[in-house]
Design a protein around this ligand. Sequence first.
Ligand SMILES: *[C@@H]1O[C@H](CO)[C@@H](O)[C@H](O)[C@H]1NC(C)=O
Ligand SMILES: *[C@@H]1O[C@H](CO)[C@@H](O)[C@H](O)[C@H]1NC(C)=O
Ligand SMILES: *[C@@H]1O[C@H](CO)[C@@H](O)[C@H](O)[C@H]1NC(C)=O
Length: 371
Amino acid sequence: MGEAMRHHWLLLGACGWVLLILMFVSKFISFRAIDDYGERFSGQSSGTVPGTKVAKPNLVSSPDKPVPQPSDPVTVQPSAVPTDADWQAVSERRIELLSTVCKNSSLRNLTHVSISKFVLDRIFVCDKHKILFCQTPKVGNTQWKKVLIVLNGAFSTVEEIPENLVHDHEKNGLPRLSSLTPQEITHRLNTYFKFFIVRDPFERLISAFKDKFVKNPRFEPWYKHDIAPAIIRKYRKSHRDNDLAASGLHFEDFVRYLGDVEGRRRVDRQFGEHIIHWVTYADLCAPCEIHYSVVGHHETLEKDAPYILKAAGIDQLVSYPAIPPGITRYNRTKVEHYFSGISKRDIRRLYARYQGDFHLFGYPSPDFLMN
Ligand SMILES: *[C@@H]1O[C@H](CO)[C@@H](O)[C@H](O)[C@H]1NC(C)=O
Ligand SMILES: *[C@@H]1O[C@H](CO)[C@@H](O)[C@H](O)[C@H]1NC(C)=O
Ligand SMILES: *[C@@H]1O[C@H](CO)[C@@H](O)[C@H](O)[C@H]1NC(C)=O
């Protein structure tokens, strides 16, 4: 049993009486944390915290006091435990910032995208509770999808949803917005509660790189066999063909590909939907065209998840699973480590491509990497 686990159990014990009472009265859906956050726990087989029966999120507060994140300028006083009203103010300031940045004409290219089929494919519909959720990978999205699947009624608890059905939108009762008629789409965009989750844009890219090209899950062979060689061929400075399979994609290749605004268009078309793991949040969710109600931040998910449930009016029906402590925190050391071998020129080009996301969501530009 790892340190983190022991720590967690101690905290659970301290809150034991609360949990006991809640287990008796609990008619809430409870479920387990699954590792679709950016990072897994090291030393834990699955990232699952066993037996995490989650009660109402606003009663069982996160074991950690919310710490202001370096990447999240919109935070509350460090000493104060934020109240719901404080968090509402944080959330509203984020939406104001988003709307201000959307009006900035010098960022227009990077912030405005049309509401295409690609965008409509990213958005999931919960008609029963009038919610739209735009999926942005690596920020705990599977959790949100499970919550919405249960709310839509195809399954009565999250545990009952077979893993292979979570992403099978033909069968899981969580349709994509793109499956509806134009009138139905417009109606929902105008009237439903809409949200998505973001995280620091560079940390997100590191997470995508690790997950898709380093860990390379056996059930997603195309990243290693198709996408990586295509990127290497185009962007590695020196290579011989017979190196391709052996050496794998380097973070440097990935950064050069992502920063190549013009050249990557053709490559991206070949890659199809897989690019959702690294295209900008603006490209995924069209936040300047669609007026989202809330944009959650991965770094403050402990506050954002319960806030979103409340704002969407579903906090009495479902809860967000326990978030393993520390897992969502911005790690500057890691970012520095990944970019340490990359030329300033490539980093600046990458930033130029992703600065829309930095500005839209209030993440400070990573000057420590570029100067
Ligand atoms: C628009 O964005 C640019 C680039 O980040 C910035 O330099 C400029 O100050 C912004 N303009 C306004 C009006 O905020
Ligand atoms: C927007 O993109 C086009 C084509 O990529 C480019 O020519 C133009 O200079 C860009 N405009 C701004 C304001 O960055
Ligand atoms: C941050 O990342 C570094 C390098 O990957 C790692 O050694 C360290 O444990 C991480 N720190 C935290 C607080 O997770």
